[in-house]
Design a protein around this ligand. Structure first.
Ligand code: GTR
Length: 425
């Protein structure tokens, strides 16, 4: 039987209720008026802190890229520890005839080397039977592995699903609209996912039972030196580690992706870990693809109030002065260069600031240009007139979909097309 870690439950409920109250309150005074937006003091991706202009790839890689990484580590997400030694993988289940016979299914438990604890993560991986050494989409899920599909063989995740302070009974396949497995497999891709709360439960006290506490000695990092987004991003890299050991996967062709808060984690993982060949941000919003300097929808203050555990304490000092942040989110995207990046929005997802998501992508163009990549620099935000019409180049792509905040088949179809072009099949 899988063991579920115990929780300081009363504490957790208190915190979660406090968070949703803060969030409800903050949603009332939100700006959606473009005329009130003033972007001040936007950092130039190609200007070092000491004022030196970067003109070539060499100086980008040697000077400015490490400088920007450090800015995000020091001001936003915190330090990213490396892989711990002595990780163990156990194949807990395998089938050669999953999804009606078209896929191979593998379930793997990753045991992290923590003293006195059972820190672990359950990965579920589907691979197309017809395509040996398939490229793979890698992303965390919100509601545990059995939520991604009705497949009765999916084993439970390690951690219970917590929402609004309660343990949720999640129906099998409850989130299957976000994981169109058959379409992904039919397109020749694999997909690997794990439950984000196996890494860190998503509430203000979650760090106490997550890897930020369980692995602090092994990783040589204190819990307050990073946040939940950082921990989830770290988890994505650990999935990549596993994939590199699996002979049925081409781990040089992985696409790291995620929706919303898990899109923030995917961007940070993709920025840090250059083993991810391609990065997809699905409606990642504030703290993800959206420019923090645009006061539209969710703001730094709101996100830090509703989710005090996602970022560094230091990030809260920018609550009312985003213009002083030395690294805005276009710099995060520039760290992904020259690898392909796809940013997507939904028109009714004003909370995430679709235009701000587009602008971060656009403003990362100068770095892609250093690598002679075709960019999205000349494009304007398509807005409501350009729904469901992806734009951009082979390296920088964007769409704004009709509908609400979600990750749907339409979104996946575009990512698959983009990845196929890039991987050349
Ligand atoms: C919202 C939060 C967003 C986004 C979203 C989600 O409440 O304000 O930043 O992360 O949750 O993850 O669905």
């Amino acid at each position: 039987m899988l063991k579920v870690r115990s929780l300081p439950f009363s504490l957790m409920i208190g915190f979660t209720l406090a968070c949703s109250a803060a969030s409800a309150q903050s949603r009332r005074n939100v700006n959606y008026d473009e005329t009130k937006i003033k972007i001040e003091n936007l950092p130039d991706p190609l200007l070092t802190l000491s004022g030196k202009k970067i003109k070539n790839r060499r100086n980008w890689e040697r000077r400015r890229r490490p400088e920007i990484l450090t800015l995000f580590e020091d001001h936003v997400y915190g330090r990213m520890p490396s892989r711990p030694k002595n990780i163990r993988y156990r194949l807990t289940e395998k089938s050669e005839s999953a999804l009606g016979g078209k896929a191979v299914r593998k379930q793997v438990t990753v045991y992290f080397p923590a003293r006195d604890s059972n820190a672990a993560m359950n990965i579920i991986l589907y691979l197309p039977k017809q395509n040996r050494r398939a490229p793979v989409f890698v992303g965390l899920n919100f509601m545990s592995n059995p939520s991604i599909d009705e497949d009765p063989a999916i084993l439970p995740s390690r951690y219970p699903v917590i929402k609004d302070g309660r343990i949720l009974e999640v129906k099998r396949g409850e989130q299957s609209r976000r994981w169109p497995l058959e379409e992904i497999i039919d397109a020749g891709f694999g997909v690997a996912t794990a439950f984000c709360q196996d890494i860190e439960p998503d509430h203000a006290e979650g760090w106490k039972t997550g890897i930020r506490t369980l692995l602090k000695d092994e990783l040589n990092i204190q819990p307050e030196e990073w946040g939940a987004i950082g921990a989830w991003a770290w988890g994505l890299s650990r999935i990549q580690d596993y994939l590199e050991t699996d002979p049925d996967v081409d781990a040089s062709k992985t696409v790291v992706t995620g929706h919303s808060r898990l899109g923030k984690a995917a961007l940070w993982a993709g920025a840090q870990d250059q083993r991810f060949a391609l990065v997809v941000s699905n409606e990642s919003g504030e703290g993800g693809a959206s420019l923090a300097r645009r006061n539209y929808g969710e703001t730094i203050r709101i996100i830090n109030t509703s989710f005090p555990h996602w970022f560094l304490e230091k990030y809260k000092t920018y609550n009312d002065r985003p213009q002083e942040l030395p690294a805005d989110q276009h710099l995060l995207i520039s760290l992904i260069a020259p690898r392909p990046i796809y940013v997507a929005s939904a028109v009714e997802d004003r909370w995430a600031d679709p235009k701000g998501e587009f602008l971060s992508l656009k403003y990362a163009s100068p770095v892609y240009k250093l690598y002679d990549r075709e960019t999205i620099e000349a494009a304007d935000w398509p807005g409501a007139a350009g729904l469901n019409q992806p734009i951009g180049s082979q390296y920088m792509h964007y769409h704004i979909r009709e509908g609400v905040h979600d990750m749907l088949l339409y979104d996946w179809q575009q990512y698959i097309k983009f990845a196929r072009q890039h991987f050349g099949y």
